[in-house]
Design a protein around this ligand. Structure first.
Ligand code: ADP
Length: 477
């Protein structure tokens, strides 16, 4: 069971990252050392072979200049100076007969390789071999080379020095490597901890939020890394959620306050009908009033749902190129009859065309709501002007009237849900029209604002981002 616990992968990401880091570091260091070790051992053995061949050449030259006697004396001197247990030299005839040799007591099992002599006979300059002798602790390297007619020199050297040199590398490498792995693991651990501190902060914030601290946010450190992006996105998500919760709260408050009155009215009509009405005419009148109130209530509920949908950005977003000139013209046509009925005039100041990226239905509702208000709150003989402009990448739609106007005190609140100014209560309305205009403009990346002079008139201006010119060309061609 304990073994299982030990073998189970570590649970913290920092520890896992550290283990990966240390593991990769160890493997790459081992590979690098292996390659280095192979390279130096190759270089050492190449040098050894070159030395041996150089020695044979020197003896060959000496034989020519100084004769066989000097060669033998030099052989003994070389063996003595290198150490006879480390080096031996032999003179052989081509058929393998030993003609002279240094002290061979440390090299007793050295035999003459007839195949090597055959190769020399066949014209080879040197034959190199590695000897593994029982009396020698280390392997030895030997060279056979012709130094004269029917005269072969064999030199043998122990590889003890080379082996010790390589062994030194190995013994130095192991502790150095262990120290480096430990340092790398510590550095890796610190780096992983540092990198994951941000994640820890996000987790802590999430825990605090889950306990009810909805205003908590991940602290901003301006690191410019992925963790910061995670923190920013997390904070943004929390802001959005807060906004939605706030919207829902407002909505339920509104429902509680403002839908209660129409419901109470419906109930009142029904109650009155039960108590007072007796004839069929009276029943019909009562049912008519109730239908009217129900329609008003439905209108309010639908408007609230539309506002919520536009504000949250949910619902179908079938964005398309819409020519706002057409939208405004159509709205003016629709309201013309009402305007005439109330002795009002509608004037439109429109360009040839004006494309915007949006939803035709929503744009129509925005313009219609503003026109409806303008006509509703303008006394007879007044006028309403709709103008449309495209300038600096922005489109502005303004609806001005010469109506009752809005007081300075009321103006900041007219876009709030269910807000109705006192001077307009004589007119029918729900107080939701301007909230819907604001929500739709916002959902299309725009805004709406109002300016007004009490008793003189008001202007409502919607600002929307314009389509790029390239789109305009495409659609007009
Ligand atoms: P509604 O028109 O249904 O009352 P709105 O949200 O459209 O609701 O408007 C909110 C309030 O703003 C209106 O009740 C009115 O008091 C004021 N208002 C809006 N438009 C105008 C306008 N053109 N002139 C004067 N007052 C206006």
């Amino acid at each position: 069971m304990y073994l299982k616990k030990i073998l189970r992968p570590p649970s913290t990401l920092a520890l896992r990252l550290t283990l990966w880091y240390a593991g990769i570091f160890t493997i790459s260091t081992l590979v690098a050392f292996g390659a280095f070790y192979l390279a130096i051992s190759t270089v050492i053995s190449k040098h050894r072979d070159l030395d041996l061949r150089g020695d044979v050449q020197e003896y060959s030259a000496m034989l020519v200049t100084k004769g066989i006697g000097e060669v033998k004396a030099e052989m003994s001197w070389d063996a003595l100076s290198d150490g006879q247990e480390h080096t031996f030299l032999r003179l052989l005839s081509l058929d393998g007969k030993e003609l002279a040799a240094t002290d061979m007591s440390a090299w007793r099992s050295v035999r003459t390789d007839s195949q090597a002599l055959e190769k020399l006979k066949g014209g080879a300059d040197y034959v190199l071999e590695t000897l593994d002798l029982p009396e020698q602790e280390f392997k030895a390297r030997t060279v056979y080379g012709s130094i004269g007619p029917d005269l072969v020199l064999q030199i043998g050297e122990s590889l003890e020095e080379d082996a010790e040199f390589l062994a030194l590398h190995r013994t130095v490498f192991i502790p150095v490597m262990a120290a480096m792995v430990i340092v790398a693991a510590i550095i890796g651990w610190l780096m992983a901890r540092r990198a994951l501190i941000g994640v820890e902060e996000v987790t802590q914030t999430a825990i605090e939020i889950s306990k009810g601290a909805m205003d908590k946010r991940v602290p901003f450190k301006a690191r410019g890394d992925e963790i910061e992006r995670l923190a920013t996105t997390f904070n943004y998500m929390l802001d959005r959620i807060n906004l939605l919760i706030k919207g829902m709260r407002e909505m339920s408050d509104n429902i509680a306050h403002d839908l209660r009155s129409p419901l109470a009215r419906i109930r009142g009509v029904a109650e009155m009908g039960l108590i007072t009405s007796h004839t069929e005419e009276e029943h019909k009148a009562m049912a008519g009033s109730m239908v009217e109130e129900c329609d008003r209530l439905l209108g309010m509920i639908n408007a609230m749902l539309d506002i919520a949908e536009a504000e949250s950005g949910t619902g179908e977003n079938t964005l398309e190129e819409v020519d706002l000139v057409r939208v405004v013209q159509r709205a003016c046509e629709l309201f013309q009859a009402i305007a005439e009925e109330n002795s009002l005039t509608i004037a439109a100041d429109l360009p040839k065309n004006c494309l915007v990226y949006g939803e035709a239905r929503k744009l129509q509702r925005m313009v219609a709501n503003l026109l409806d208000n303008a006509l509703k709150f303008t006394p007879p003989q007044g006028s309403v002007t709709v103008s449309l402009k495209a300038d600096n990448g922005q489109i502005t739609i303004s609806v001005s009237d010469t109506g009752i106007g809005i007081s300075e005190d009321d103006l900041p609140y007219v876009f709030k849900r269910f807000y109705r100014c006192d001077n307009s209560r004589a007119q029918q309305g729900t107080g939701l029209g301007l909230s819907l205009v604001k929500a739709i403009a916002g959902s299309l990346g725009g805004s709406v604002n109002a300016s007004s002079h009490l008793g003189k008139g008001s202007t409502f201006t919607i600002t929307l981002p314009q389509l790029p010119l390239s789109h305009q060309f495409q659609s007009s061609s």
